[in-house]
Design a protein around this ligand. Sequence first.
Ligand SMILES: C[S@@+](CC[C@H](N)C(=O)[O-])C[C@H]1O[C@@H](n2cnc3c(N)ncnc32)[C@H](O)[C@@H]1O
Length: 208
Amino acid sequence: MKNNIDKYNAWAYQYDNNINPTRDLDKTVIKESLSNLDFFKVLELGCGSGKNTEWLISKADKLVGLDFSKNMLALARKKITSKKVTFINANINEKWPVDNNTFDLATINLTLEHIEILDHIFNSLFMKLVQGGKCFVCELHPKKQLAGSRAKFEENGTDIVLDVFQHSEQEYIQSAEKAGFNLLVKEDWYDNEKDIPRLISFLFEKPK
Ligand SMILES: C[S@@+](CC[C@H](N)C(=O)[O-])C[C@H]1O[C@@H](n2cnc3c(N)ncnc32)[C@H](O)[C@@H]1O
């Protein structure tokens, strides 16, 4: 297996069903973080199998999901047939096939750890969002990464480890602020308060 696209295509067969506390906590975090926010047009980066899409379209009128794994997208398309949703096969390290000044919310969950250069992502997000638009990011916590946690799955008894990059809390914030965003909220999320936090989330806003 050579690259993350191949690995995600393989992981897709079990992504929704294997034991994965990070995926499960993220599903709770996005609801807790965005339940009180009104949003209508959503851009979901690294939408994967559509785990969070289902909840997002219970609130939104329109959602575009971008992902570079065709098998993840196949799962998402099978799960979500709503006409409100368009899934597009795209690499978010490249130019995104969506219009500028269109979305009032962008979400990125458990995906930026696979992205080396954050500046391209936040600069592109800034262009795609309308003024006052929000950007929600939820990732494996940098402290958890430093403690050795990596995105991985098991195939035929072998651990397949995804290629990941370490981004500090400050790096996320500085890259977003450099693009023009303001930080509204930053939170650490725990399995158990005594543990290292599992996830970190940020809510950024494009100024009105
Ligand atoms: C751990 S999964 C998370 C999926 C979903 N956001 C969730 O929370 O369940 C990461 C997703 O990011 C996608 N991904 C990783 N790097 C990407 C890239 N450069 N361009 C597009 N998608 C990417 C993978 O294919 C995968 O579906």
